[in-house]
Design a protein around this ligand. Structure first.
Ligand code: DGJ
Length: 735
């Protein structure tokens, strides 16, 4: 029996859908998509997660009580007299020796809290899962706390906290982090690192005592953001092992931590990283943390990705229209903007089947290179005597949507804006931050600066038929002080840009926004609440992109990840590659082209057009299917694909990225299909290089084979001998 007050939790909505949730005593059991979340809500403290993992089935009230009772920590020598479990918001007042959930103080006092629930609200979701809200107070510290915890229909979990200063004088929130416990079976840690043009580098290590802390102080999500911080059973892979993962959904400074205490308790936690004095709450003011997401799966990292993808795809504002083929001008012409040339490029874009044309950097006043003009968001009259109208009209007359590049948070010191409003630049004291790409950051926490940027963007969007903004952000925030005393301003800046996105979308409802920040440096689940696509990296060398996309997919589904066919040699790496490798790489994303099409040969344009046709043909599958990444593949190969939700269709890529020790890849396993169903496997044109076309010495490739999903996963098919930077597409259709 539970020792807590048996008064049932207040249920604030109608009857629960079958299997979606049950409240017994003060223990809540939420279930969704194969996940159980059991939360004990004591009367004396913030909640305790008793179980987060595999679905436990229907549990009676007594069984839930027993689950709580049997989960209480055992007492060991030199321990607290009554050992304490990990709580959603760990507090030192409960003897917690790890990182506390809330750090703060009131002029040196109120630094240790003991929150007690004052109200509990439960809503069970009709699609599975549900929501728990626990309102708490600490009268001594003069603080209120609202904890929100949701199990979403995808089986993904998210939680956040709001702290309110109920005292009479100021309270500083120094840190607020939400925690989830993970069981001792998790012994390995996995996350991502990265740098500009090589974002999303996987790293793995044993889960040892202490904390693995991933902190970001760049003022933007960063190339080195963990994206997901995962722990799991030994050897967990793409498709095997039990994994618990965390994502902190914030585009400013943030933190993700896995911590193992000597008690053996392991927690995954996350939150915003606050700078000194950044959040000072006056009486009655509140601070709300970002959402921190949790994902559990017993099917490895693909199982984790599937939960994030399902969640994102279920959002009402998830892009619903087919993801258009984009042509972007950046790597085609850079700053060399000439109307005739741009129209020629647009005609070539239309010829290969593109659907959206994006004018990149360089269209506004003083912007002839990257060292001037940012902030002067007026069409440059010298370059565009008739404004952008001839280009916009010309592009639209060809049947393409028109998109425009902007970088609204930034300002070049060499700009009319910086000269007129030097006080609008984020800085600490009298010192200007070190420049990066010859630019500084506008203080969007300053209402006048915010109003200027909003007015300018609104004016441009109102004057032209623009369907799409590519929204760039090309530098870290350094010494980002805001307001009269130049207090730390990253928090306010981050919320201001979210507001700016939302206000522009409200005023211009059809406009989609791409989050581009030097490529993939602002990729997180909160920015995607305000935008529609991310530009995954400034590197479009397909060899690098194979892995950048492979790991960006860990969080985002392919339809949200921009990927373009570039030139050969690549502009960022100078590596050369065949068109089939470039196109077959960009293909498994939101596809586009970013090279001077007018300089391609007729043959190349014709080949590219065939890729565009195939993309249009299969984007429904690519952008609704389930991600599959095969384990145990030779390190010189990647095998990935997408399988339709009903298992009727799939497209796989066998990609050779390096030079294997053996000369051929051997049998390649194609997992994720319906085990009993029979499939026809054929080579998908134009998705393999002429060198392997026709299945030279590999008759099955020429004729196709029929095998069950089980056989394709367990035995696989022999892939042809290829060279580094070649790929083969396999279409796998239910027979
Ligand atoms: C960085 C972006 O990632 C590029 O794609 C391009 O838009 C440049 N900025 C333009 O300055």
């Amino acid at each position: 029996m539970t020792q807590h007050d048996p008064t049932p939790l207040a249920s604030t909505d109608g009857p629960a859908a079958a299997g979606s949730g049950a409240v017994a005593g003060r223990t809540l059991h939420l279930r969704a998509a194969g996940v159980s979340l059991v939360v004990d809500v004591p009367t004396t403290s913030v909640p305790v997660v008793v179980h987060w993992g595999a679905d436990l089935g229907d549990l009676s009230e007594r069984q839930l009580d027993d689950l709580v009772a049997s989960g209480r920590p055992a007492r060991s020598n030199n321990d607290l007299d009554v050992p304490q479990p990990a709580r959603l918001l760990p507090e030192t007042s409960w003897g917690w020796s790890g990182r506390p959930g809330l750090s703060g103080h009131r002029a040196g006092a109120a630094w240790s809290t003991r929150f007690v629930p004052t109200a509990v609200h439960v809503e069970t979701g009709t699609g599975g899962g549900g929501r728990l809200q626990v309102d708490c107070a600490d009268g001594t510290a003069g603080l209120g706390l609202v904890l929100e915890l949701e199990l979403l229909p995808s089986g993904l979990l998210r939680h956040r906290a709001t702290v309110t200063n109920t005292g009479a004088d100021g309270y500083e929130v120094a840190d607020l982090a939400l925690s989830l416990p993970v069981p001792v079976v998790a012994t390995e840690v996995f996350d991502l690192a990265g740098r500009w043009a090589k974002e999303r580098i996987p790293q793995r290590r044993p889960l040892t005592f202490g904390a693995h802390v991933r902190e970001n102080r760049r003022g933007r999500t960063g190339p080195d953001a963990p994206l997901v911080l995962a722990v799991g059973t030994e050897g967990f892979g793409f498709r095997r092992g039990e994994v618990w993962a965390q994502h902190t959904a914030f585009s400013g400074n943030h933190r993700s931590v896995v911590e193992r205490l000597n008690s053996g308790t392991t927690t995954l936690s996350g939150g915003e990283l606050l700078l000194p004095g950044e959040v000072l709450l006056a009486a009655g003011e509140s601070y709300r943390s970002p959402w921190v997401f949790g994902a559990w799966s017993d099917a490895g990292l693909d199982g984790i990705a599937a939960r994030f993808h399902e969640h994102l795809r279920a959002r009402p504002h998830h892009p619903g229209s087919p993801r258009p083929v984009v042509v972007n001008t950046w790597e085609a012409v850079y700053f060399d903007l000439d109307l005739d040339k741009l129209l020629e490029l647009a005609r070539a874009a239309a010829e290969v089947g593109a659907e959206r044309y994006v004018l990149d950097d360089g269209w506004f006043r003083h912007r002839r290179s990257d060292d001037a003009g940012l902030g002067d968001w007026y069409v440059d009259e010298g370059v565009w005597p008739q404004g952008l109208h001839p280009l916009v009209d010309g592009v639209r007359a060809l049947g393409l949507q028109f998109g425009l590049w902007v970088e609204p948070e930034m300002v070049n010191p060499d700009s009319d804006l910086a000269r007129a409003h030097p006080d609008w630049i984020l800085r600490s004291g009298d010192r200007l931050p070190l420049e990066s790409r010859q630019q500084q950051v506008l203080d969007l926490g300053n209402p006048d600066a915010y109003a200027y940027v909003l007015e300018r963007l609104d004016a441009v969007l109102s004057e032209y038929e623009i369907s799409y903004l590519k929204w760039d952000h090309n530098r870290d925030l350094v010494e980002a002080g805001s307001g009269p005393v130049r207090a730390p301003g990253v928090h306010a800046q981050t919320l201001a840009v979210y507001r700016l996105f939302d206000e522009l979308r409200r005023r211009h409802p059809g406009v989609e926004i791409e989050s581009c920040s030097s490529g993939g440096l602002r990729v997180d689940l909160e920015v995607l609440e305000h935008t529609d696509r991310v530009w995954a990296s400034d590197c479009i060398d397909p060899l690098e992109r194979q892995d950048i996309q492979r790991w960006t997919l860990q969080l985002l589904p392919p339809e949200l990840i921009g990927s373009h066919v570039g030139a050969s040699p690549s502009h960022t790496t100078h590596r050369s590659s065949d068109l089939s490798f470039r196109a077959g790489t960009a293909f498994f994303a939101s596809f586009g082209i970013e090279t001077d099409l007018t300089r391609l040969s007729a043959d190349e344009r014709e080949e590219l057009a065939r890729w565009v046709t195939l993309y249009k043909d299969v984007r429904g599958l690519l952008h609704t299917g389930t991600l599959v990444r095969a384990d145990d593949v030779d390190p010189s190969f990647r095998v990935h694909g997408t399988v339709a939700p009903d298992g009727s269709d799939a497209l796989f890529a066998v990609v050779q990225t390096g030079t294997p020790d053996g000369s051929v890849p051997g049998r390649v396993r194609l997992p994720g299909l319906l085990p009993q169903a029979e499939y026809e496997v054929t080579a998908q044109e134009p998705g393999h290089d002429p060198a392997v076309r026709g299945g030279r010495d590999l008759p099955w490739l020429a004729s196709g084979v029929r095998l069950t999903g089980r056989a394709l996963e367990a035995a696989g098919v022999v892939a042809p001998a290829m060279q580094p930077q070649q790929l083969l597409l396999l279409r796998v259709r239910r027979a």
